[in-house]
Unconditional design. Structure first.
Length: 134
């Protein structure tokens, strides 16, 4: 795995509250409801920007991220109302195997842009296709 370049900014990630960082949340929730997606995998889940609102809507969310620092910030936000709806995993979205099927796999906002190597982009697409149950 490559060195994660976001590790030093994880504590700052949620400080930007512009609409551009929240406008897509309703899209993912509405899509998951429309297609009755109970189990969701979020690749590059970061600090929970999408996963937490989805869990609050009742979805089971598995979050995968390459930054332990981002996952630590995410864990600090969990409370008893959503703790059982979220599973957090450290891993690389370009190379993972969870041996589990999901109704929906998302890589929200700029997560896919973190894949900077062509080989990782091609491999990630193959992994994602074989992991989905849609």
């Amino acid at each position: 795995m490559d060195e994660n370049l976001l590790k030093n900014s994880a504590r700052l990630y949620d400080l930007d509250t512009r609409d551009v960082y929240t406008d897509d949340i309703a899209f993912y929730i509405d899509y998951a409801k429309k297609y009755n997606c109970g189990n969701i995998l979020e690749l590059g889940c970061g600090t929970g920007r999408i996963a937490i609102p989805m869990a609050k809507e009742g979805f089971n969310v598995t979050g995968l991220d390459l930054s332990n620092e981002m996952l630590d910030v995410f864990k600090q936000k969990l409370d008893d109302t959503i703790q059982d709806k979220i599973e957090l995993l450290y891993g690389d979205m370009a190379d993972f195997c969870l041996n589990k099927k999901f109704d929906l796999i998302i890589a929200a906002f700029r997560a896919f842009q973190c894949l900077t190597d062509d080989k990782n982009i091609i491999n990630s697409n193959e992994n994602w296709v074989y992991s989905t149950a849609i």
